[in-house]
Write a protein that binds this ligand. Sequence first.
Ligand code: HEC
Ligand code: HEC
Ligand code: HEC
Length: 445
Amino acid sequence: MVKFLRILAWLAIIAIIVIAAIIFVPQKRTSAEDLAVNADWLPAAHDDTGEYAARAGDCAACHTAEGGVPFAGGRPIESPFGAIYSSNITPDKETGIGDWTLDQFRAALVDGIDEHGANLYPAMPYANYRKLSERDIEGLYTYFHDTLEPVKNEVEETSLTFPFNQRWGIRVWKWVGLPDAGFTPRYDDADLNLGAYLVEGPGHCAACHSPRNLVFAQNGTDAQSDSFLTGGEIAGWAAPDLRTKSSSLASWSAQDLDLFLATGRNAHAGVTGEMKLAIEDSLQYLTDKDRGAMVKYLQHIAEYDAPKDATLPAAVTAYPERLDMSNPTDTEKLLLTPQDQPLGARLYMDNCAACHFVNGQGADEVFPALDGNGTVTADATTGLIDTILHGASMPSTQMRPMTLAMPGFGDRLSDDEVAALASFVRSAWGNDAPAVKADAVRALR
Ligand code: HEC
Ligand code: HEC
Ligand code: HEC
């Protein structure tokens, strides 16, 4: 017994030493040399202020609270463990990053370590920003430290439940969850390397569009991983698969994809959910060359062969032709036969067909197609249900300033009705996704 207790005491002492080491032994910080990429196409090269690099990294999406001053922080980022509040990254000395050095700033972006050496939660996508080049980090530092006006704003402190409130534990997570730092061009083609850099690094597309593994790290932060960009989840919404044959992007041409990234609308889809911010604050500002390179890269790493011709343009002229009923689908026949319609079909005719049409094709750039739509058929049904309940609006962009909105139907339809309607659109036309239950609707009211 005594022997057993003695072993236990030793184990406890060893555990304390290990934990103390994790907490107190300084972490290795990535150096400027580690991040050198010898290329002048990097985002920071586009201007002297670093603003373009900040756009490419979409720092605004998370660091601006709803209705708050840009970059003054305080936006809650949802995680499975609770809300994590983003920091004030304006150069205010007390509440922002006014007294940070370039080395401290790099450590935050690349290694997830703050000014005092504490670990940042991976809600700050340093797993992706690890690929930023030193030149872009300097550009970002110029913008956030030297260009912006300081704003005093004490943001709400993040308080997760035990053990997730123990920041030292994040260090252990980093050993298994973080990829190597730095970006290595992998292709012989300069455009593909540029596209890879923008998507994998600043664009941090994988933070939402890659699945997560057991320790909740991104499963794939670059195209060398098969699961990279094959679909993830953010705040319950599906961030659709962009890569495999079952992706709805398989029917999008390069122009379709380019138009979606620049404006949030094309012949197939209208942007909703968290992706709206990515377009509104970031992607719409990229140069045609940069966005084109991203598109080229996304199609290059995809398993599908995208169509050559765009399903463009003719926004309004195209739809009378599409309403040609000489060869109706089963869903069209059902919708156009008013007798004995099941509840879902009837609700669709009454509430949705005026804009999305009986053929589910909508109208190019105005009303998204629901047939073959990634949000409609996703395994995670939150996006579809939320859109029906609360409506949605497309962003105003430089190229397409008009915001187009869909009204919410939450006041008019019961949980059972929304479930029947959602189940209908998920199985109408060429769609083939399982039904939705009323409970799932109730949870999102
Ligand atoms: C997906 C959301 C998200 C994006 C995008 C994002 N951040 Fe963050 N960032 C956060 C969160 C959340 C924190 C706070 C993490 C914590 O408390 O551990 C944070 C913390 C930081 C910090 C540490 C500040 C401090 O006081 O400790 C810096 C610096 C920072 N971010 C800079 C940036 C820059 C620059 C960009 C754009 C290149 C950016 N972030 C993009 C979510 C984000
Ligand atoms: C007044 C016209 C109008 C009506 C009626 C309407 N919608 Fe919409 N719908 C839109 C517009 C515009 C958008 C694009 C909004 C956006 O992308 O933010 C949209 C977007 C959507 C989306 C998201 C598509 C995507 O690509 O992410 C879904 C799903 C949807 N509608 C389903 C429905 C359903 C189901 C109904 C019936 C309850 C309905 N809509 C009624 C105009 C309408
Ligand atoms: C903060 C999370 C987030 C980030 C970061 C993000 N996305 Fe998305 N994305 C989403 C969500 C959620 C949707 C689904 C809503 C919609 O279709 O509008 C989406 C939809 C899309 C779609 C439409 C897919 C379809 O099937 O209709 C494309 C294309 C896309 N994203 C590309 C990108 C690219 C490229 C990047 C990086 C530059 C990126 N996304 C970064 C969350 C994100």
